[in-house]
Design a binder for this molecule. Structure first.
Ligand code: HC1
Ligand code: SF4
Length: 573
């Protein structure tokens, strides 16, 4: 251990600790912008400067290791003036349209300017002319707001191992962008949106689609239907000041009705349907010697990752569409028939925790109903914005239920939102089909939690099923590489592109940066899903009566010709 003094207080920390982390132990807050523990300790923004006794220049505390007897000052006149100057320099080159910025009141730069008491900027200077990139189907990248902290670069390279953004040029011309100044749609970006969560400002955002939805809602010719993903209901409350992991399902449904949606359906229903299709697909592959392991296909960022980076593994992906797209195909066929509504007049909006869903709904093959199956996707954040805009007092709303029939769901569909949930939901159905017996326990603890790669062996009759779960494409890459080298053999693999699964999706309320802090939030959100699952009367997809009715009245059986046409898809290299 090492003993040092910070602001006159003694502290003992393990060797290799940085001064920044040592100060945290004393609850002394040193401001940072570029720092993310473990993945981005680069001392680039200089906000964390401190005075070190015996040293003439100030040092960046995020990269300064502690030494025995060190004496640090974090709040001396020199530190205060210098930090303010550094912040003013950053601000002088930042597009300061705070009043109408998407991150207004949730911006780390704005907060720091407030905390350090900046009232004017002494360097009006010339602002670098940074471009706006609107080429991406789901992301909006505004270089004029970028503060060059490189947190997005760290996440894209190190956590997601996609690596499509980096610093180009030098000095005043430095820009964070894809190579050769390309647009994000010209490189292999998977649209996971994890860079949005990393960004302290609003240089990265989802494409704003709210106006399309307002327009549809005020069009008397349209029947406007909405579906909500499993992970939205346990995060939306955060946008209204509720604690992380507060389930707000009933209030969310009430808010959607107040916004004017004619029907409020639940993507959980479609997740149950996915289990029926995907479970039978797995059984078929097991029995007929099909391609194994079968890998889940409901996360569009993950599908895009395989298409770009592992095209030879595409036959492993389940041919099932994602629940969001299955819902689209069912709304514009079955529901349209039942409700006697022209499917051409149905406008289907999805509320998703995901950025890549905006791209998925526009994939050209996603029109099995004869229409675009899902018309537009809003993120959890965009929905919250619409609720605020409509003047709805969210926390005071009563609890309301989803509409029938496509609002009926089970615990299986619900837990899709957390990493491991699809696997657990699939096992609850597949094992029962194979054994023909009710299972004793429905909880597969081994596939829950935030471990990067989870494995389990499950007995299904005579068969031992080897399953694996990965979340975040960096973890998935490790798993795929082991499979390609023949080091690992599995029957079923679940991958979600975002760390934590959909609960950590790029469209969710902005969570704190730093992996421990974020981990806490993800754990609370997933706990909320598992608690809700426990409370559900029905927890197995095949026991969903509305799903049974859908097969009886419309689809026939799982993987029938009609089900294949409407609910399955193919991928492109
Ligand atoms: Fe997901 Fe899914 S779980 S992909 O994370 O399979 O977005 O929540 O809606 O489609 O159900 C997202 C969540 C979501 C689909 C389902
Ligand atoms: Fe990288 Fe994902 Fe951001 Fe694309 S969306 S730049 S893949 S982090």
């Amino acid at each position: 251990t090492v003993n040092l003094t910070i602001d006159g207080r003694k502290v003992t920390v393990p060797a290799n600790t940085t001064v920044l982390e040592a100060a945290k132990k004393l609850k002394i807050k040193i401001p940072t912008l570029c720092y993310v523990k473990e993945i981005n300790a680069i001392g680039a923004c200089r906000m964390c400067l401190v005075e070190v006794k015996g040293n003439r220049s100030l040092q960046a505390s995020c990269v300064l290791p502690v030494t025995e007897g060190m004496e640090i000052k974090t709040n001396s006149p020199l530190v205060r003036t210098t930090r303010r100057t550094v912040l003013e320099l950053i601000l002088s080159n930042h597009n300061r349209e705070c009043t109408f910025c998407a991150r207004n009141s949730k911006c780390e730069l704005q907060k720091l300017a407030m905390e350090l008491g900046v009232r004017e900027i002494s360097f009006p200077g010339e602002a670098a002319n940074q471009p706006i990139d609107e080429g991406s189907p789901a992301l909006h990248r505004d270089g004029s707001k970028c503060i060059l902290c490189r947190r997005c670069v760290a996440v894209c390279h190190q956590i997601q191992t996609v690596g499509v953004i980096q610093a180009t040029e030098r000095g005043f011309k430095t820009t964070i962008e894809p190579a050769f100044g390309k647009s994000l749609d010209e490189v292999a970006c998977i649209l996971c949106g994890q860079c949005i969560h990393a960004c302290p400002v609003a240089a990265l955002q989802e494409k704003d689609d709210r106006e399309k939805v307002w327009k549809a809602l005020s069009d008397p010719a349209l029947h406007v239907v909405v579906q909500t993903a499993p992970a939205v209901r346990i995060a939306l409350g955060e946008e209204f000041g509720l604690e992380e992991g507060s389930p707000v399902t009933g209030k969310m449904v009430a808010a959607l009705r107040l916004l004017g949606f004619h029907r409020v359906f639940d993507t959980d229903f479609a997740a149950d349907l996915t289990i029926m299709e995907e479970g039978h697909e797995l059984l078929h592959r097991l029995q007929k010697g099909g391609t194994l392991p079968m890998i889940t296909s409901c996360s569009p960022g993950w599908v895009k990752f395989v298409e770009h980076h592992y095209p030879n593994l595409l036959p492993h992906l389940s041919s099932c569409k994602s629940p969001q797209q299955m819902m689209g195909a069912i709304v514009k066929t079955y529901y349209a028939q039942q409700a006697a509504i022209d499917p051409g007049k149905i406008y289907l909006v999805s509320i998703m925790p995901c950025i890549a869903k905006k791209y998925e709904c526009n994939r050209p093959e996603m029109n099995a109903s004869g229409y675009q199956d899902v018309d537009v996707v809003l993120t959890t954040r965009e929905l919250a914005q619409m609720i605020r805009q409509a003047g709805i007092c969210f926390t005071d709303l009563p609890e309301e239920d989803f509409d029938s029939p496509l609002g009926e769901s089970t615990g299986a569909g619900l837990i899709f939102g957390a990493s491991g949930g699809v696997t657990e939901a699939a096992l609850r159905t597949v094992v029962e089909i194979v054994t023909g017996q009710e299972m004793e326990t429905l909880d597969y603890e081994e596939v829950r939690g935030l471990e990067g790669i989870k494995e389990s062996t499950v007995t299904a009759g005579e068969q031992q099923l080897q399953v694996a779960v990965a979340h975040g494409t960096g973890n998935a890459r490790k798993l795929l590489d082991q499979i390609q080298k023949g080091e690992k053999k599995y029957h079923f693999i679940e991958v979600m592109a975002c760390p934590g699964g959909c609960i950590g999706g790029g469209g969710q309320p902005i969570a704190p940066v730093g992996f421990n802090e974020k981990r806490e939030v993800l754990l609370k959100r997933s706990e909320a899903l598992y608690q809700d699952d426990k409370r559900k009367k029905i927890r197995k997809a095949h026991e969903n009566e509305m799903i049974q009715k859908l097969y009886r009245d419309f689809l026939g059986s799982p993987n029938s010709k009609k089900a294949k046409e409407l609910l399955h898809t193919q991928y492109c290299k």
